[in-house]
Design a protein around this ligand. Sequence first.
Ligand code: SAH
Ligand code: F3S
Length: 431
Amino acid sequence: MKKLFIETLGCAMNMRDSEHMIAELNRRDSYELTQAVDEADLIIINTCSVREKPVAKLFSEIGVFNKKKKEGAKIGVCGCTASHLGEEIIKRAPSVSFVLGARNVSKINEIIDKKHAVEVSTDYDESEYDFAEYRSNPYKALVNISIGCDKQCTFCIVPATRGEEVSIPSELLVREISKAVEGGAREVMLLGQNVNNYGRRFSADEESCNFTQLLQKVSRIEGLERIRFTSPHPLHMDDAFLEEFASNPKICKQIHIPLQSGSTEILKAMKRGYTQEWFLDRCARVRALVPEATISTDIIVGFPGESDADFEETMRVLEAVRFEQLFSFKYSPRPHTTAATHTNQVDPAVASERLSRLQARHTEILDEVMDAQLGRVHKVYFDELKPNGRIAGRSDDGKLVFAEGSESLLGKIVDVKITKTSRGALDGIVL
Ligand code: SAH
Ligand code: F3S
């Protein structure tokens, strides 16, 4: 049996792409996963290129892996950085055997034996490709519902690396999810760069099906109890979608609403397609329809042209919505994006200061949110064994919960009373 070391960086779609590659490789040869680079016959780095830092790290990592790897072992670079750097990766690091783009995952067996093969076309359509099965966690199924992204947010490299958006036919999705449910999954995470744009374009003959209708179809799958999805776009959060989110008992009450900036002017420069008012209105609608729902968001500070006043607008939205979870980033200029060519770049020191202020205020909000959980009872779906007789899972509203417990609780949804809180997680006892 061959050994495979695979490192996955970036988003949940990359995690699913890694599962797809593992499954495809196993269709041909048998691979055993290893955590030790020096034991591996095949080393794969599944990269992210959304910000600059991980790209810079990639080449130093290739160097380290090349020194450690055993004689004859291959190194493959996959994912978004593979897509946007392509051949340049092999020119800079000839120890890399192959380069496979984020849009070409299904071709892994085709290129693995070719020396210095590069497959990074973003026109390639694998929306109907029947991937072999592999799930790193049998209790929780990750499922891609669309590939690519049709938006052109001016800061974002993803449309250049993942290509045009194509939805996967709903029938295939229902079949894939049903199979995962048979294998023990009671929860599914529907994935896409812009999930609620689902159904705008299919390459197959598909009856029309939008995201709200897809949620309804998926929720009819027997044995499936929880549905999550990421990431939706605020612009496509129409009333029908939010009402489905609120009323469908299988949909977990956790929603990611990526803000990016609170300033309508900056949102316009980002080409996000919505205003601060629209964003606040959508969040207010969620809070009104589902008071127990948690809202998470992504915020970028220091986008070109962001003034102090623009940043204050972002702080204003933070106060108004009180996001339960925040992913915040300093703007990073990316190739293939128009924002990188703007001449009004923000001083990095100013951006860092804004990021610290934003995060410090969010931490205070988070402390209040988490402290309020003490004594509450959450329905927790346990999906992971931890050392020392402990188990971990998620509450319906997406909080990480730990408890004492054994394997017998895995795959079960049980009531847990919260006895201890911290910023990142809750601790409780199984009732
Ligand atoms: N459609 C995806 C976006 C993927 S990128 C989603 O909604 O999740 C994930 C996040 O990275 C974005 O929401 C954005 O906040 C951040 N990001 C993207 N490009 C960036 C850049 N150039 N600099 C800093 N952060 C960026
Ligand atoms: Fe990027 Fe905007 Fe699409 S953030 S992934 S271009 S929705």
